[in-house]
Design a protein around this ligand. Structure first.
Ligand code: SF4
Ligand code: SF4
Length: 145
C-alpha cells in the first residue's frame, strides 16, 4: 500500500470558529443521502427543500445540486446559533477537513490550516479514520442533472 503523509494520523479539533460555513463564496454539494437527512430533519418535502434552499451549479458536463448562500456568502443554514441542520448536515460538511484535495500532501494540509484554525490542534485522527472519510465521500454520489 502506498505511503501517505498522514500515516501517523493528523491533528484536528473544530474550534467552532464557523469560518467554513460563512464569509466566502463556495458550494455545499448534496447527495441523495444528504438531501434525505435534511428533509427529515426539517420535516418538509424534497421539492420544497430544493426550491427554498438549493441551486443547480453548472460544472461543465452537468449540473450539481448545492445549498444556496445568503448575500454575504454565509451558508443558508448558518445563524448565530450555529448550523440549523447540524445533526443532518451534509457529508461535505461532516467530513471536513478530511477531503481528498486537503489531505493530498503535507503542503495542502498546511495551506488549509490558514483558513481552518482547528487543523493541527486537539486529538489525532488515525489514518484509518481519515481514509474512512475519503471513502465515504467517494461512495456517496452527488446529485447531478
Ligand atoms: S474552519 Fe475549521 S475550526 Fe472553524 S468551524 Fe470550520 S472546521 Fe471548525
Ligand atoms: S450546512 Fe451547516 S455545517 Fe454545512 S456549511 Fe451550512 S451551516 Fe455550515
Amino acid at each position: 500500500m502506498s505511503k501517505k503523509f498522514y500515516d501517523d494520523g493528523l491533528k484536528f479539533e473544530c474550534t467552532r470558529c464557523s469560518y467554513c460555513c460563512r464569509h466566502e463564496p463556495g458550494y455545499v454539494f448534496l447527495s441523495k443521502n444528504d438531501l434525505g437527512g435534511m428533509v427529515r430533519e426539517l420535516k418538509i418535502s424534497e421539492k420544497k427543500f430544493i426550491d427554498k434552499y438549493c441551486t443547480k451549479v453548472d460544472i461543465g458536463f452537468f449540473k450539481r445540486l448545492s445549498l444556496i448562500e445568503k448575500e454575504n456568502h454565509d451558508c443558508i443554514f448558518w445563524s448565530e446559533q450555529g448550523c440549523a441542520v447540524y445533526k443532518a448536515r451534509p457529508l461535505q460538511c461532516r467530513s471536513y477537513p478530511f477531503w481528498t484535495q486537503v489531505v493530498e500532501s503535507e503542503e495542502s494540509w498546511q495551506e488549509e490550516s490558514q483558513s481552518c484554525p482547528g487543523i493541527g490542534k486537539g486529538k489525532t485522527h488515525s489514518k484509518e479514520d481519515i481514509d474512512d472519510w475519503l471513502e465515504k465521500r467517494i461512495n456517496d454520489s452527488l446529485i447531478s442533472s
